[in-house]
Design a binder for this molecule. Sequence first.
Ligand code: ZN
Length: 616
Amino acid sequence: MSPEQPEEPIFYVCLTAKSNFIMKRFYMFIPAMLCIQFAMAQTTDWQTYYEKSGKIETPGYQETIDYCNQLASGSKMITFTSFGKSAQGRELPLLILDREGLSNPQAIHASGRTIVLIQACIHAGECEGKDAGLMLFRDLAVKNINSKILKNVSILFIPIFNTDGHERFGPFNRINQNGPKEMGWRTTANNLNLNRDYLKADSPEMQAWLRMFDKWMPGFFIDSHTTDGADYQYVLTYLMEIYGDMDAGLTGWTKNTFVQQLETHLNAGGYPVFPYVGFRNWHDPRSGLITEVAPPMLSQGYTALRNRPGLLIETHMLKPYPLRVNATYECMLATLEILSNESKNLNSLIFKADQFVCSDSFLNTPFPLRFETSLKDSAMVSFLGVEYNNVKSDLSGGDWFQYSKIPATLNIPYFSTANPSVSVKLPYAYIIPAEWTTVIDRLKTHGIKVSELPRTTKIKVKTCRFKNPKWQQNPYEGRHPMTNIEFDDIEETRSYSAGSVVVEVMQQAGRIIPHILEPNGNGSFVYWGFFDATFEQKEYGESYVIETMARDMLARDPALKQEFELKKAGDTAFAKNPQLILNWFYNKSPYFDNRKGIYPIGKIFDLKVLESIRSE
Ligand SMILES: [Zn+2]
């Protein structure tokens, strides 16, 4: 489907242009249909599955789809569509709510309204967002409650992102969660956590999400979760990227306008809130609160780097389900109310942020890849915790945190200053050799613009040679990430074959590109193992050949002999291992693989080089 095409409502009405006659007849009946629709809104049972259950159950996939269809048939403002398919073939549902019934991004952007993307059930056991969002859509579009906010805001709603995991439905999916009765499973059918997949995009669900996101470019994003962790009074905590990784203008607005107003709204509504935090010692609020910059493998970390503020909602799993759904509803509504007033302001800041990444100033600013929260800077805060004890467990021998039901305001240190720990100078462009097809495809899935070399071209690039590579033994998200990424910078002239792609950094996704392609990027493709093959030695010398060759080499080269003796003396494991010794000589011979460990991605820092490529 091209971006100009309106979304086709696949679940409900499927109007094709097959017959003009039918279409004309259809338009004649519009007034009648609107009357029917109005009548439907009055007579239809609009209670959600959750409400009908007495607020103790959440709907399964099919019941959710049925209600989405009902919403689309009950309001001309709502379109129901799919943004892709899960690994098991389920449609990924997307509701679109626009006061004019617009259902394509260009038209809504042209209207000036801010598009807000609300997502639920990325972790399918954490389902408040689904139940709250369905009620919110009904209230706004069918019951006309708070619908004035739709003047400046249009909403995309994904009631279930992890659809396959959602259908692994059961009462024992979340050990410490206080309802609903049954719920989905955290991960996809492939056992992948979608909220670690935003950069590597291994799952078809995430690939579909990235295409949808790039197509719509919503101005604001909400991701609804349920947290584990220590007990405290807050029903809901939240997190936004205000610690240095997002565009400065957007960060200022998020910190000084949005977050302030959100806290005021929720406090007034009876839901005191606090940023989503970790504890210096896990489970122990008195040890101090710590916040961290979200890496771009996480949802709100990703959208922040796409210049779109993201709000992470984390309700507290020990609080009763209806309370969590209400708090999520209030948080979504408060967000929409704020955005309705701030729409113009936010749209303008987004425009500036998108312009900035396309400017020289962006390239001339050191780009932070990683942050560390300072344990030297803290401020004392009042945290609405509960009384608790830490006793030595006679069962496990470890700490046993015993939380009471007694509220306690804890005055504790809050560590919320993050400083860049790894930064890079950005190049004008990265160049990816044509043969790294998966990498190229994933970049395109992100909506990253690339151009192809029309013919084989020699290009002078900066790159690196890796040393001491190490990988973790146990799998993580279906891969074995690198635990040691160490390298020396090198410069070389390489021949890039036709079809190699040039990725210019000055583009809308400019903040995502370095995280993927810089080896030290936070969730880089080197880290995830996309380039693992470059570390493998593929040619060896047979021992009986090297035994002779090594003796000749030592006889001819006294310096080599000395190096060998020193190596043996300093490395006993080496000295005792015949294979390592013979391979050492192989690697000193002209037969060694001089491309092993060299990063295939080149960086272009010379504008003239880039311009000559552009003119190809
Ligand atoms: Zn979660």
